[in-house]
Design a protein around this ligand. Structure first.
Ligand code: 5GP
Length: 180
């Protein structure tokens, strides 16, 4: 596999950090006096989640859901399996689902239905990225970092076949790196 120097920067680190801070400020304003539960979707959202909660500077709880990933596939099957469930009850809590990227929208739609069945007081979605060109299931994203074109992106927690999560920026995976 080619080295990471071949990854084209799509969103540089400083721009991500600035936007995360803005999202945190917006969330803080909307949840004054509340103690929301931020539910991060593993694995892709863990870097975003870590930066977001450090910018929030408000009372909050953190939990994670781990779902099956694409593996080496670059397209969604639409099937979501929960591999690791929440550890705290969310009934009557304000919940914010924190996702890395919304592509077809099928994952976030499934997760929203799953969390709503647990009867939270409210449920909002915060996603770092959205690729609107691929939308199959239109789900409103309450807090969105960036809208991006239809590229397969890596970095800032997002991987391809387990690689590139450690990049501090978001980059485009070159076609030459994708397996047929
Ligand atoms: P959806 O169900 O919306 O089609 O897919 C959402 C999930 O697909 C994301 O949480 C992420 O795991 C994966 N995904 C979608 N697009 C990309 C991408 O460009 N890069 C990476 N690394 N993962 C993606």
């Amino acid at each position: 596999m080619a080295p990471q120097e071949e990854i084209t920067v799509l969103i540089p680190e400083e721009q991500i950090q600035k936007r995360v801070k803005e999202l945190a400020e917006e969330i803080r304003r909307n949840y004054l006096g509340k103690c929301p539960v931020l539910v991060g979707v593993l694995q892709g959202a863990f870097v975003f989640m870590a930066d977001l909660i450090r910018q929030l500077r408000m009372p909050l709880a953190v939990d994670f859901l781990r779902i099956s990933s694409y593996g080496k596939n670059l397209v969604t099957s639409g099937e979501v399996k929960i591999l690791l469930d929440l550890t705290i009850p969310i009934a009557n809590r304000s919940v914010i689902l924190v996702e890395d990227i919304v592509d077809t929208g099928l994952t976030v739609d499934y997760l929203k239905a799953n969390l709503l069945a647990r009867q939270p007081e409210s449920l909002a979605v915060c996603a770092l990225l959205q690729k609107p060109e691929n939308t199959i299931k239109l789900t409103p994203i309450d807090y969105l970092g960036f809208t991006i074109p239809n590229h397969f992106v890596v970095g800032y927690g997002l991987d391809y076949a387990g690689r590139f999560r450690d990049l501090p920026y978001l980059g485009i995976l070159p076609k030459s790196m994708k397996e047929p």
